[in-house]
Structures are given as C-alpha cells and as structure tokens.
Design a protein around this ligand. Structure first.
Ligand SMILES: NC(=O)c1ccc[n+]([C@@H]2O[C@H](COP(=O)([O-])OP(=O)(O)OC[C@H]3O[C@@H](n4cnc5c(N)ncnc54)[C@H](O)[C@@H]3O)[C@@H](O)[C@H]2O)c1
Length: 308
C-alpha cells in the first residue's frame, strides 16, 4: 500500500496489515524524489513483478502510485482507493499519471490504467470541508463540458453537497464519473475529445504552481478565465458566462488570488498543450458543449494582459 502521512494517520488501523509505504502529504511532494523514495522502499520490501501496488489517498497519491507502478521493474499492476472527492470524481480515473518537475505541473508521466478504482463515500467523512470544495471544481468542470443537467442541479442547490448528503454525493460522483469515463473511452490518449477534460487547466495548472492554490481552486480560476476567453472569442453568451461564474463563486471556489500577467504568460508557454506557436485551448460554446481551438500564443498573451 502506498499512502501519504495524513491518510495513514487516519486509517492506520486498516492499512497496517499490509506492507506500507508512506510519504509526506501535499502537492510539493508529487516529485521524482518521492518516486525514488518509493523505489527504495519497494526494494527494501522485496517487491517483484508479481507485487500489486494499491495507492490509498487523494490525487497526489494516485498520480505517484500510478507512475511508480508504471516504471518499477518496467511495470507492476496497481489499483486505487480514492480518498478525496477530487480523486473519486477525477484523478483516480482515466489512466493519466504524472509528477511535477522543476515547478512545472505533471511534466513527467505516462498513461497507465489501474486494475481497479474504489470510491467509498464513507472515506470522505474525514475529509476537510476545504477539500470537498476542491473536489466540486472538477465536478463542475464535468458538468460544463458534458452534462448540462448536472450543472442545473448544482446551480439549484450549490452548497447542499457540502453537508455530505449521502444520496446526493453518490449521485453526483456517479454522474461526474460518467462524463469522464465516456470521454476517456472515446479517446484514451487525448488526441480528440479527451482534450475537453483540460477545460480550465491551462491557466489552472499555471496558477496552481504560481499562486500555490490547491488543484480544485486553481482549476476554478482557470475555468473562470477560460469562460471569459470564450466570451471574448464570441463563442459563449455573456449571460451564460455570468451564471457559470456565479456558481463557482457561491461554491467558494474563487478565493482572492494575485494574478501576475507576466508570470502567467511564462507558465502558459510551457503548457503541454502547446504546439509550435499556438496552444490547444478549450472554450465553451454553451453549458455542456466544449470546443477546442488553436489560439496563437501572442493572442493568448494579450488576453492574459486584459484579463489580469
Ligand atoms: N491523473 C489525473 O487524471 C488527475 C486529475 C485531476 C487531478 N489530479 C491531481 O490530483 C492532485 C490533487 O488531488 P487532491 O485534491 O485529492 O489532493 P491531495 O492528494 O493532496 O489530497 C488533499 C489533502 O487531503 C488529505 N486526505 C486525503 N484523503 C483524506 C481523507 N479521506 N480524510 C482526510 N484527509 C484526506 C491528503 O493527505 C491531503 O492533505 C493534483 O496533483 C492534481 O494534479 C490528477
């Protein structure tokens, strides 16, 4: 079992019966150094190609476990027990694994599918409210790119899910997963539809690294900027944009953040979606209808100047 210190503290009683590898919690530990530490521990524990790794934790644990499993001895089987809302609705599913490198998000990684993903809603009872809110960012993203009914339901009772109503959570996680799974099944390697899942992530990843925001809130800011770009490019109506921004605001997903245009531009230039002098950017045409457009970097930079 591979987990982080917080999860191990909370669930040690259940985890201690397995050979255990624990690392310090937090995005700053999603690095090659942590992966190297895991390789050392696997060697110490005598892991071989018949070993099975189970990542028990949030998105950070899932991403690191998947990457370590893909590379140790050219690949071990693995599964995830997702313990945050964000991991349950997004990070554990789809087979993307990666670590950050020199301050750049998810720079080193592979596609690698787990054998199973377990999403047990009871595990969310110990999750701080802040992290439930973070998870709602990816739920909202899935609604915006693929399920307008889910968006309307979130809009109707934006904060009810924070009470951890079991039925509502179960329903929301399932609908959110259906959007992601539907897209990944069509395009596992992100050459067409899977690009939609990057909605809000160009600016989101940049802000996650620059402003130190948690992933969910960074993506929410990224979605806010992407919605504004969609309006400026004439793709999205202003009243629809206003509804989206209102929902993000009401859910507490847009904390005050200092947006430094020059740093943001620099970060966007290293985005993985860049090809030549343009960037594949996900815009919205309406709720549930994303579109990918090649936006020249110079145009994106002038939009950043305007929006910041
Ligand atoms: N691979 C993908 O497709 C994908 C998709 C989305 C996000 N991600 C990645 O996921 C990461 C963010 O995931 P996250 O928000 O889960 O962050 P996280 O893994 O850092 O977890 C957030 C915090 O919650 C703690 N925690 C986890 N489970 C808990 C529980 N049940 N009770 C109490 N505390 C608990 C963790 O120790 C941590 O402190 C980012 O690195 C992001 O890049 C990956």
């Amino acid at each position: 079992v591979i987990t982080d210190q917080n999860v191990n503290k909370l669930y040690h009683h259940d985890l201690q019966r397995y050979p255990l590898i624990e690392f310090a919690a937090g995005e700053e530990h999603k690095t090659l150094e942590t992966v190297e530490f895991i390789y050392h521990r696997l060697l110490e524990l005598g892991a071989d190609r018949s070993s099975f790794l189970v990542g028990v934790g949030g998105g950070v644990v899932c991403d690191i476990t998947g990457y370590a499993a893909a590379t140790y001895m050219r690949g071990l089987d693995f599964g995830y027990v997702a313990t945050t809302l964000l991991a349950q609705v997004d990070a554990s599913v789809g087979g993307k694994t990666a670590v950050n490198f020199h301050g750049f998000k998810n720079m080193v990684g592979v596609f690698n599918q787990p054998r199973f993903v377990l999403c047990d809603i009871d595990l969310l009872k110990t999750l701080p409210r802040e992290d439930i809110i973070n998870g709602l960012a990816e739920v909202t993203k899935h609604a915006l790119i693929g399920d307008s009914d889910l968006f309307h339901d979130l809009e109707a009772q934006p904060r009810k899910i924070l009470d951890l109503d079991r039925k509502l959570l179960e329903d929301t996680i399932e609908r959110s997963l259906r959007v992601k799974i539907g897209i990944v099944e069509k395009d596992e390697r992100e050459v067409r539809e899977r690009r939609w899942l990057n909605f809000g992530h160009t600016f989101g990843h940049a802000l996650e690294s620059l402003a130190g925001l948690p992933h969910g809130r960074a993506v929410s800011w990224g979605m806010k900027l992407a919605v504004q770009v969609s309006v400026r490019k004439g793709r999205l109506q202003e009243d629809v944009a206003a509804r989206i921004l209102r929902l993000l605001e009401v859910m507490g997903l847009l904390p005050d953040v200092h947006c430094d245009a020059s740093q943001l531009k620099k970060a966007v230039r290293t985005d993985k979606k860049k090809t030549g002098d343009a960037l594949k950017f996900v815009l919205l045409q309406s709720i549930g209808r994303p579109v990918v457009e090649d936006i020249p970097l110079v145009e994106l930079e002038s939009l950043i100047d305007d929006l910041c």
